[in-house]
Write a protein that binds this ligand. Structure first.
Ligand SMILES: *[C@@H]1O[C@H](CO)[C@@H](O)[C@H](O)[C@H]1NC(C)=O
Ligand SMILES: *[C@@H]1O[C@H](CO)[C@@H](O)[C@H](O)[C@H]1NC(C)=O
Ligand SMILES: [Zn+2]
Ligand SMILES: [Zn+2]
Ligand SMILES: [Zn+2]
Length: 531
């Protein structure tokens, strides 16, 4: 017993010393982190230090016959560098890092020479010099330039110019001899950033910044980032998993005379995030934003002609060619944000929808919701437009009996441009473009949901109330006046004490209690693609 007591003394002392130590270390680490974070209020385009080696991606199986760039042996699995494209056996990574140079991000030389990478040419390559097929022998042979992507036979190389013009996509690429890098950061955490960029003399040069999260769209994001590193200067490719969009958009600050292009690969949420960032940074000239849809929920991408969502393999060259043919358009920034819980500090997880025409809660959305549900359960009944109108009307009147949206005004709190609205007894609330209303278009009642997309100028919308579904019917035939509640740029709606039907641009759903914010904040410069 006495022994035990004697033992526990020193043990206790030891434990408290440890605890004190851990606390001290935590405090110090925190201080250091704070310091680093403060440094980052100024944004930098990060650049990888290629003197440390290649940017390796492991693969279980190469998708085409592959030869190790070090041993020249045929390999099934191993690693490839996503920037310069060399492939090696797992064991050869260190040798390759030391002896084979990677694609440089920056080079002080005035001229740019081709950077030839031996072997593993894309299937069906042809030689730029003799126009014959090349790279098809079963060995590590022939060359590809990792800037202009041209391919040549080993024996034709001497007949080809040494100067690289960056090839077909030169107007997207920031050439390495236009970039200067510098080392920044505290000792031990030093890293490279792009310090200055000078615009090259390339006609129609508008460098492309690619922004994506490598985790998004089932890791399609990763595939896209890698493919763009192979074609562009790797510093032009920004992974949101590591850094925020501000760092990527710093390119626009570095090149104030040039209109950059930004490709955002992701869903509407990611695009909205990038557009917000562009807004907040007040970039002039505003970059032109293009969308590569990933995952689901890509309304915006659809509207701008970039498709519903990417399936299968993205052919990057195809996307770049589409971008070359796209045109500039201005997009109104109306967005609907729905936050179910208030989370502190984490900016992303909230539902966000882009709105083109109108949004509504209550009786008007209920009609659409019922209509959609029935159409999904019995599609054969919904063939013609006329029949659709009939059903639409039927669901509207059915609701007169059900009165599902009764007392909606007690569930809603509506704040318009900071002022709370006094709601009369209404069963529906609609937020829409004033001019399209004034022009006689009534969005509700239009069973297809979408009327010709209006272009938006001053960005004010009107908030209106609906007394009942009967009121909607009267409005449709011009027998009643809408209940105008106000106009503004921002409306905050709090839905509490029960669910309510809601819709945006004719797409309905049942909304749980939430804070809903609809804001109209100017326009974004976008690229639109029409075949
Ligand atoms: C920079 O470019 C010059 C000319 O193209 C080339 O000779 C040199 O090897 C390059 N430097 C690096 C580090 O790649
Ligand atoms: C509203 O729609 C009209 C045309 O229908 C359009 O000209 C106008 O720019 C739009 N304005 C807003 C703020 O939505
Ligand atoms: Zn490399
Ligand atoms: Zn080249
Ligand atoms: Zn040849």
């Amino acid at each position: 017993m006495a022994n035990d007591n004697e033992d526990s003394g020193p043990t206790m002392w030891f434990i408290s010393a440890c605890v004190a130590g851990i606390i001290a270390v935590t405090v110090i680490i925190n201080k250091i982190c704070q310091k680093c974070r403060r440094r980052y209020t100024h944004y930098d385009v990060p650049a990888r230090d290629i003197s440390k080696g290649h940017r390796w991606c492991k693969t279980e199986m190469f998708t085409q016959p592959t030869y190790c760039s070090v041993s020249k042996e045929h390999i099934i699995q191993g690693a490839y560098c996503d920037s310069c494209g060399i492939c090696v056996d797992d064991g050869a990574v260190r040798v390759a890092n030391r002896h084979i140079p990677c694609k440089v991000l920056s080079n002080k030389s005035d001229i740019l020479k081709h950077h030839w990478v031996k072997g593993n040419l894309p299937l069906c390559s042809t030689c730029t010099v003799c126009q014959e097929e090349c790279g098809h022998q079963a060995e590590l042979c022939d060359m590809r330039c990792c800037w202009c992507q041209r391919t040549v036979h080993d024996q034709c190389l001497s007949k080809f110019t040494e100067i690289c013009d960056l090839g077909h996509f030169r107007d997207f690429i920031v050439p390495p001899n236009c970039i200067q890098l510098k080392k920044v950061g505290i000792k031990g955490r030093r890293h490279l950033i792009v310090s200055t960029v000078t615009a090259p003399i390339i006609p129609k040069w508008q460098p492309l910044i690619v922004i994506a999260n490598r985790k998004s769209g089932n890791n399609d994001g990763e595939h896209i980032l890698r493919s763009f590193r192979a074609i562009l200067n790797p510093a032009q490719v920004i992974d949101l998993h590591e850094i925020s969009p501000q760092h990527g958009l710093e390119w626009c600050h570095l090149l104030p005379e040039v209109t950059c292009r930004v490709l955002v690969a992701g869903g509407d949420g990611t695009v909205g995030w990038v557009l917000d960032t562009i807004d907040n940074l007040k970039l002039k000239p505003a970059p032109q934003v293009c969308i590569l849809p990933l995952g689901t929920g890509n309304d915006l991408s659809r509207v701008l002609g970039w498709g519903e969502g990417y399936t299968g393999d993205v052919v990057i060259k195809h996307i770049l060619n589409q971008m070359k043919q796209s045109r500039v358009t201005h997009l109104d920034r109306w967005k609907v944000e729905i936050s179910h819980e208030k989370r502190i500090g984490i900016p992303l997880p909230r539902k966000m929808k882009m709105m083109n025409n109108y949004a509504s809660i209550g009786v008007d959305a209920l009609v659409t919701l019922n209509f959609h549900r029935h159409r999904e359960s019995r599609p054969s009944l919904f063939g013609s437009r006329l029949l659709n109108k009939f059903w639409y009307f039927t669901y509207g009147t059915k609701d007169v009996l059900e009165r599902e949206c009764k007392n909606l005004h007690t569930k809603l709190k509506v704040v318009l441009d900071g002022k709370e609205l006094k709601l009369p007894e209404i069963e529906g609330l609609v937020i829409l473009n004033i001019s399209s209303w004034g022009g006689g278009c009534r969005p509700w009642g239009n069973s297809q949901g979408k009327f010709p997309t209006p272009r938006i100028d001053d960005g004010k919308f009107e908030v209106m109330g609906l007394y009942s579904s009967f009121h909607i019917a009267q409005l449709q035939v011009g027998l009643a006046e809408p209940l105008r509640l106000g106009q503004g740029h921002k409306v905050e709606i709090t839905l509490s004490g029960g669910n309510a039907p809601m819709q945006v641009d004719g797409e309905p759903w049942e909304q749980h209690p939430a804070d809903i914010t609809i804001t109209s904040n100017g326009q974004a410069t976008m690229l639109e693609y029409a075949e």
